[in-house]
Design a protein around this ligand. Structure first.
Ligand code: ATP
Length: 346
């Protein structure tokens, strides 16, 4: 989504009632029993003659962090906005805890959302912003201090939001999402703008929220980071479902690209392994990079011929590469040359 579209599409969450049912927000960071997750059934969104979300069905279960992945423009934000009742689906439906978002009496205490950082009054302090939000939703002021502490904003809580860095703005957005102690969290790119310490913090926070039984849906276009945080992955491209799988399964399928072998007899071992489908490349320090033969076969061959092995390491294809392979045909704006992604070995 471009910044213009983002601004055009921006909206505040539907105002909830402030009656007695709204004041049922817990203040203790209690467990989220009763959360029934998120279900999307045949979700479809068309803008003019362009269908940006196509017949998308998936389930986000309580007690897990689900990574919602896709390249830029895949339809992640649009899908999240439909889940949150901010955009009406052209077809299909989304329910949170068994009901459409708008059917919840006190949405902020049911679903916490981060859609865009800094969509707050810039002249207000972080604390006043949260207090105003708490007040309109019947949430006690004590909860404001709880979420300020939880998100590491204590030092800057009385500072005006307009001086906030992108990372501090993200923390404030997450504090607002947590304000109602909701059973479900929907976070659009929460690591955006966070430094490495912030990324680690959000990873730990999301895992602990899921461990409390909450439903956590978090979007990203970074596969390797998401694999460290999420239990489950829903991957989309051009609005279509490409994969709905566990992280473990995705990592396993990413497969083993090669085996690194260190031996004092590389020439002999290479000759013994040579054959159809096997590629052997010598490394800079005398090691062998073997493709087309797994570590069992290499180890067995070496043992049968009394060749010592000092190292036998399967080198996994990078998760980022596997993700790019999966979404290649679904990337809206393909770069002319694609450089190999750095590191990111699983
Ligand atoms: N209000 C709108 N009107 C027209 N087209 C839109 C609108 N909102 C989004 N789109 C288009 O829908 C497609 C999906 O956009 P969306 O922002 O949902 O993708 P995304 O996966 O969140 O991307 P990113 O990671 O870049 O934020 C894009 O092609 C975008 O241009």
């Amino acid at each position: 989504m471009t910044s213009t579209q983002r601004t055009a599409a921006r909206g505040s969450l539907p105002a909830p009632p402030t009656g007695p049912e709204a004041s049922a927000a817990t203040t203790t960071g209690s467990t989220a029993a009763g959360s029934a997750g998120i279900e999307a059934v045949g979700l479809t969104k068309r803008y003019g003659d362009k269908t940006v979300v196509h017949d998308l069905s998936f389930t986000v279960r309580p007690g897990t962090v689900t990574g919602f992945l896709g390249p830029n423009g895949a339809g992640k934000s649009t899908t999240m906005r439909m889940i949150l009742g901010l955009d009406a689906p052209t077809r299909g439906r989304a329910v949170v805890g068994g009901r459409p978002y708008r059917a919840h009496g006190a949405p902020l205490t049911e679903v916490g959302a981060l859609l865009e950082a800094k969509s707050v009054h810039p002249g207000r302090s972080a604390r006043n912003h949260l207090l105003a939000l708490a007040h309109t939703h019947g949430i006690p002021a004590s909860r404001v201090d709880t979420v300020i502490e939880l998100t590491g904003l204590t030092e800057v809580a009385r500072h005006r939001v307009k001086g906030f860095s992108l990372g501090m703005g993200q923390r404030l957005g997450i504090a607002a999402a947590l304000l109602g102690d909701p059973a479900t969290l929907v976070l659009d790119e929460p690591v955006n703008g966070l430094d490495p310490e912030g990324v680690l913090w959000i990873r730990t926070l999301l895992k602990s929220l899921a461990a409390e039984g909450r439903t956590v849906l978090v979007s990203s276009h970074l596969m390797s980071e998401t694999a460290l945080t999420a239990d489950h992955l829903v991957i989309i491209g051009r609005g279509r479902l490409l994969a709905d799988t566990t992280v473990e399964e995705f990592v396993r399928h990413a497969g083993t690209a090669s085996v690194r072998v260190v031996t004092p007899e590389p020439g002999t071992l290479a000759e013994l392994l040579a054959g159809p489908g096997v590629e052997i490349a010598p490394g800079a320090r005398g090691e062998l990079d073997v493709r087309g033969a797994d570590s069992t076969r290499i180890g067995t061959t070496a043992a049968e011929h009394g060749i010592p092995l000092y190292e036998l390491t399967p080198v996994r294809a990078s998760l980022e590469q596997a993700f790019m392979d999966l979404t290649r045909d679904a990337v809206e704006y393909q770069a002319r040359t694609s450089a190999a992604p750095e590191g990111a070995a699983a």
